[in-house]
Design a binder for this molecule. Structure first.
Ligand code: SAH
Ligand code: F3S
Length: 434
C-alpha cells in the first residue's frame, strides 16, 4: 500500500463549514488515501475553508496563503474553499497565484475534480448538490452533523451568505434519514441537523417533490432507532410557528437548547435588516418557548452598529437581553459586506461607538451567564459523553447544551449518564457521576 497523502485543512466560520470540510475529506478519500496532519510543512494538500460573513477573516486569507506558501513542500497544493471562494472566485488566483484551485461553498462535491486541475475555479452558486450522496467521514464518531438544506433565501440586508451559498434547497428527507442511520450504526447517538435556516425546511426541493416541513422532518428523524438526541442550528425566529415549538417542547429526543437569532432588539432596525419580525414578535416567540419548555436554554446572535443604529435602538437590544436572558450570546460588530444592501446604506455607525456598545452588551451578558451557571450547582443533568480530556477527564453536553466534565475514562464515551454538578464556572461545569 502506498503511503497516504497528507492533508492539512483549516476550517473557519459556521457549523456548515465544519461539515463541508468533513465532506471534502470523505470525497478526497474516495479517490486517494489521505491522512490528516496539523503541520502545514508536511502536507501534500492544504485546504483553507473560508468564511466571508465578516471582513476580518477575508483580509486574513491572503496573508495566510503567503505564510502557507513559504512553509509548504514545493510539490504541495493549496486550495481555497468555502464562502470567500464563492465570493472572490478567480480574483483569489490573480492576487495569490500560488493558489492551485478555488472551490465554492456550493461545489464541495467537486473537490476531486478540481484537486488535480491547476488554477481550476468552481464557484457556481446555482449548482444543486442537494441529492448528492457524500462519502462518509466524521471527526467525532459519537455525534453526527447532517445537512438538511443548502443555501438561504432570506436576504437579510447585512448578510453575504445568500450570495455565496445560493438559493435555498432542501435535501430529500429519505437521504437525511439514511445518513443519520449510517452514523447511528457506527456509534452516534446524537445528530445536529444543519442549515442556514433549518425551520424553513421543505419549502423547495431540487429535482424531487415532497410534502414535509421542519416539524415533519423532526418527527421522522426522531423515529430512527438508536438515535437519542436531536439538535439543530440555526432556526429563524420568523418560522417559529406554534406547531414547531410544541414539537420542540414535547419530543423527548429533541434537546432543549434553541438558537433564536435576534440581530437587533429595535423594530426599526429589524425592518431595515429585512428580518421579517418585530421586537414584540421576537419576545412572544421566546415567551412561548419558556411557557412550553421552561428548562430550555435559549441562545442568540446580535449585531451592534448596524447602519443607523441610535442609542435608543441599542437600548432596545439591551432590553431584549434583559428580558430573555440568553444563555449563549454570539455578538458581532456590524461589518459592511460586498453584495449586500446594507453596505450601501448611509449613516454607517461610528466604529468607536459600535465597539463601546459591543463591550456594554457583552459585559451585561457575562453577568447573566454567571448567574445562570452559578445556579447549576447541585443540579442533576443527563450528560452525553463524547470527548476524552487531559488529566483523566471526560467531557460531554447536558441536554440543554452545557459543557460538563467528570472524572473518567474511555468507557464513558458514547454513553449518557446522570451527573450531579459540583463546581460551576462561566464556560463549563464539573460534576460527579451518580
Ligand atoms: N442563518 C445563519 C446566519 C449565518 S451568519 C445561521 O443560521 O447561522 C451568522 C451570524 O453572523 C448572523 O446571525 C449574524 O449575527 C452575523 N452576521 C452576518 N452578517 C454580518 C455582518 N455583515 N456583520 C456582522 N455580523 C454579521
Ligand atoms: Fe444570512 Fe439571514 Fe440567511 S443572516 S444566512 S440571510 S437568514
Amino acid at each position: 500500500m502506498p503511503e497516504p497523502k497528507k492533508l492539512f485543512i483549516e476550517t473557519l466560520g459556521c457549523a456548515m463549514n465544519v461539515r463541508d470540510s468533513e465532506h471534502m475529506i470523505a470525497e478526497l478519500n474516495r479517490k486517494d488515501s489521505y491522512a490528516l496532519t496539523e503541520d502545514v510543512s508536511q502536507a501534500d494538500l492544504i485546504l483553507i475553508n473560508t468564511c466571508s460573513v465578516r471582513e476580518k477573516p477575508v483580509a486574513k486569507l491572503f496573508s495566510e496563503i503567503g505564510v502557507f506558501n513559504k512553509k509548504k513542500k514545493p510539490t504541495a497544493k493549496i486550495g481555497v474553499c468555502g464562502c470567500t471562494a464563492s465570493h472572490l472566485g478567480e480574483e483569489i488566483i490573480r492576487r495569490a497565484p500560488s493558489v492551485d484551485f478555488v472551490l465554492g461553498a456550493r461545489n464541495v462535491s467537486k473537490i476531486t475534480e478540481v484537486v488535480d486541475t491547476r488554477h481550476a475555479v468552481e464557484i457556481d452558486t446555482d449548482y444543486d448538490e442537494s441529492s448528492y450522496a457524500f462519502g462518509e467521514y466524521r471527526s467525532n464518531p459519537f455525534k453526527a452533523m447532517v445537512n438538511i438544506s443548502i443555501g438561504c433565501d432570506k436576504g437579510c440586508t447585512f448578510c453575504i451568505v445568500p450570495a455565496t451559498r445560493g438559493e435555498e434547497i432542501s435535501i430529500p428527507s429519505e437521504l437525511i434519514v439514511q445518513e443519520i442511520g449510517k452514523a447511528v450504526a457506527t456509534g452516534a447517538k446524537e445528530v445536529m441537523l444543519l442549515g442556514q435556516n433549518v425551520n424553513n425546511y421543505g419549502r423547495r426541493f431540487g429535482t424531487h417533490e415532497e410534502e414535509i416541513d421542519f416539524t415533519g422532518l423532526l418527527q421522522k428523524v426522531s423515529r430512527i432507532e438508536g438515535l437519542e438526541r436531536i439538535r439543530f442550528t440555526s432556526p429563524h425566529p420568523l418560522h417559529m410557528d406554534d406547531a414547531f415549538l410544541e414539537e420542540f417542547a414535547s419530543n423527548p429526543k429533541i434537546c432543549k437548547q434553541i438558537h433564536v437569532p435576534l440581530q437587533s432588539g429595535s423594530t426599526r432596525l429589524l425592518k431595515a435588516m429585512k428580518r421579517g419580525y418585530t421586537k414584540e414578535n421576537f419576545l412572544s416567540r421566546c415567551a412561548k418557548i419558556r411557557a412550553l419548555c421552561p428548562e430550555a436554554a435559549i441562545s442568540t446572535d446580535i449585531i451592534v452598529g448596524f447602519p443607523g443604529e441610535s442609542e435608543a435602538d441599542f437600548e432596545d437590544t439591551m432590553a431584549v437581553l434583559e428580558e430573555v436572558r440568553f444563555e449563549q450570546l454570539f455578538s458581532f460588530k456590524y461589518s459592511p459586506r460586498p453584495m449586500t444592501e446594507a453596505a450601501l446604506y448611509e449613516a454607517q455607525v461610528d466604529p468607536l461607538a459600535a465597539s463601546e456598545r459591543l463591550s456594554r452588551l457583552q459585559a451585561r451578558h457575562t453577568e447573566i451567564l454567571d448567574e445562570i451557571m452559578d445556579a447549576q450547582l447541585s443540579k442533576t443533568h443527563a450528560v452525553y459523553f463524547d470527548e476524552l480530556k487531559p488529566q483523566g477527564k471526560v467531557a460531554g453536553r447536558s441536554d440543554d447544551g452545557k459543557l460538563v466534565f467528570v472524572e473518567g475514562s474511555e468507557e464513558l464515551l458514547g454513553k449518557i449518564a446522570s451527573v450531579r454538578i459540583t463546581k460551576t464556572s462561566r464556560g463549563a461545569l464539573d460534576g460527579a457521576l451518580l
